[in-house]
Structure formats: structure tokens, C-alpha cells
Design a protein around this ligand. Sequence first.
Ligand code: MTE
Length: 314
Amino acid sequence: MLIKSQTEIASHEITDRKVFESRRQFIKAATALSASALLPNQAQAEPGKYANAAASPYSIAVGTTDREDVISYTNYYEFSTNKQDSTLLAKGLTTSPWSVEVLGETEKPGVYHLEDILKDNPVEERIYRFRCVEAWSMVVPWIGFPLGEMLKKLKPTSKAKFVQFTTLYNPDIMVGQRSHVLEWPYVEGLRMDEAMHPLTILATGMYGDTLPNQNGAPLRLIVPWKYGFKSIKAIVKIEFTETMPATAWNKSAPGEYGFYANVNPEVPHPRWSQGRERVLGSSIFAPKRATEKFNSYGEQVAGLYSAMDLTKFF
Ligand code: MTE
């Protein structure tokens, strides 16, 4: 994976939630006011599809990264290994209609339309930290629903120990799939208890609107305590398995990218430190942010790994 110079987040990282929310209200009101004042004869922009998504107690109370930075610096190797090119090329993907095949150790295999999945799984806003293994990070207001709630409805059998996710394979559109930079299609996986954890979501949107194609539309995984490569985009298949799935990055470089990939500043990547992170959108002069174990979600998730030696790379 590539690393690009970006730097540290700002003082708004430590904003108290009430201040943060009232500031959001203020900014919303001020934006609406200035828009109507400046553009009296023009129709105002439509509110995003998810403008009224419910807030979630799982959100963290820190300022979010500027949307423009999040949508213009993306990792999407199906399109390109270059972050700006993948952003542009991904616009060519048709994301509706969309369906997800469910198979493996489940009592309810089948092909599910995304609309039907969304009818059964109400979305909410989750403001999460996101830490890429390349040592940059961002804070994103995702729109999504708990993966575990969907999985329960699919009634996994007692043999289901892992969940495997697969991205669309379509080299006509996903031109990066014509190269051998990874073994396609992109595959990721979680242990069943990780998949069922309430912090794990399937996202359909961000910043109050649908996901831009380059950020994984129409459906992607978000696992906030793991390095970003676990958060697989454009999911077309969910398979319950008895054995640990072989994942794209692990197959490509097993000595560098493990299956678990939990954020851990104490375990360096073989080629760079994981101790600090550059925050998207911050000044190049700002100091880097200290990376937190489990990306700050340790209180909620450390228990999942009590039987594992976390000083080892995995
Ligand atoms: N999913 C697919 N299908 N293909 C990819 O190349 N890149 C991963 C992850 N999910 C990737 C993917 C990596 S390395 C990261 S850091 C995040 O997506 C980046 O998400 P973003 O582009 O929305 O910031």
C-alpha cells in the first residue's frame, strides 16, 4: 500500500460532545442562512438522502474530517493504486440496482436486494475514527447499520465461525482488476464475534448522504478498531464459513498484513512504525497524532482478544 504525506488533526479532536453538537447545529443554521441570503433566486441544494439519520450512542465526540478530504483521497485498488485516479475512475461504477448473495453456513442463503436489506435494517449515523495501515487517519460520520443485526436474521448455523466478504468483480469497469496488484476479487473476513460486535457496521452512506462510489458504494464494511483494509468496499457476497477466510492483503503479503489487523501502535509494520498517524486535511506542519491501541475502541473490543498475544504481528 502507498503512503502519502498528510498530517495531524487539530484541536477540534478534543471538543466536548455538547459543544460539538451545538457547534454542528450552529454551522448548519449558519450555512442555511448564508445560502439563502446569497442565493435568493436559486433552489437550495437537496438535503442528503440520510440528512435525518438518527445519532448513535456509539459515535465518538470529536470533530469530523472535512468531507472533501475523505472523498478525494481513496484506496480502491479495483480502479487504481493511485488515490486520486481511483476517486475519478470509481465514478463509472453503477451501484443500483445492487444485490448481495448470502451463502455458506446459514439457514437463509439467497440473493438479497439491497433495498430489502435496508428495509429490515434501519440506518443511523456513526462517527468513527478510521486508521489506515499506511499511517493516515480520519474521522468519518458513516451512515450504516450494525452488521450483527443483519447476520442474526440470516440465522448462521452452529458451524459458522467466520464471515467472508467479497467485492464485485468486473474488470470492464474496475480497470485495476486487469492488473495483478492483488488477487481478485478483493476478499475480507471477520471472526464471528467480531462480526457480531455492535461497533461493526455495514455502511451505505457518509456525511448525511449516500456513499460516493470511491468510498465503497453502495455497501461497505466498517470495523473501526482495525486497519482500514479490513473495511471492504462494494460488497456483493457474504459467506458464513467454518474456517478462516483467505483475505486479499494477507494472500498478497502475509508478512505485512494479518487476518486480524487490529490497530496497534506497539506492533510496527515491517516497513514503518504504527506509532503515529497523519490526519487527512491537517496542516503539513501539524504534529502527527499518537495512534491509540484498537484505534481508541479498546474498552469495547479488547476482550475479544484476551486469549491472544497482542505483541505479536497478526
Ligand atoms: N475495498 C476494496 N474492495 N478495495 C480496496 O482497494 N482498500 C482498503 C479499504 N477497502 C480497498 C477496500 C483500504 S487499504 C482502505 S485504507 C480503505 O478501504 C480506504 O477507505 P476510503 O477510500 O473510503 O478512505
